[in-house]
Write a protein of this length. Structure first.
Length: 172
């Protein structure tokens, strides 16, 4: 059963990602990307990493997607609703609803699967304490490199987003 759910979630993630990169409307692309990230979180949970699955939902599907939507709305990248092609509503909402229903069905199946039967969460489950110990002992250098990369990205974003200084009008 777990293998079937894994393949369904993998296919859902691939379809949602494909729809994400082919949409012209950035808001629709973000919605498809959220679907793909939820499918990926369920795959992580299925593979015995519930902590990573929770981070996937909280950080990526939550905070980063809200940030993307904020930037899209702030820069007015979304097309005007009047400019969009008028078509049947099911053609616009059908794929999202279908992907959402698949994700809900897989979530319900994962909740109903008995973890003690051997088909649920595997026995190599790592607790958050084990994960943190491995992350900050064995992989401490990698954590520091990634933190510096994020710091440089934040400085770069600040510099790029800073408005240009107004030049003084020279009086001749």
């Amino acid at each position: 059963m777990a293998t079937i759910i894994f393949y369904i979630l993998g296919f859902t993630a691939l379809i949602a990602t494909g729809l994400c990169i082919t949409r012209r409307n950035p808001v629709h692309a973000v919605v498809y990307l959220v679907n793909a990230l939820f499918a990926l979180a369920l795959i992580f949970y299925l593979l015995g990493a519930p902590l990573v699955a929770a981070w996937e939902v909280i950080i990526y599907a939550g905070a980063v997607m809200v940030l993307f939507l904020f930037i899209i709305m702030m820069l007015e990248l979304a097309p005007n609703p009047v400019d969009e092609a008028a078509g049947p509503g099911w053609m616009r909402w059908g794929p999202v609803l279908l992907l959402g229903l698949v994700l809900v069905a897989c979530t319900v199946l994962l909740i109903l699967v008995d973890g003690q039967s051997g088909e649920g969460v595997p026995t190599y489950y790592a607790s958050p304490q084990d994960f943190g110990y491995a992350l900050f002992s064995r992989y401490a250098l990698a954590v520091q490199v990634v933190s510096f990369q994020l710091f440089f990205a934040a400085v770069g974003a600040f510099y790029v987003g800073k408005p240009p200084k107004r030049r003084r009008k020279e009086q001749a």
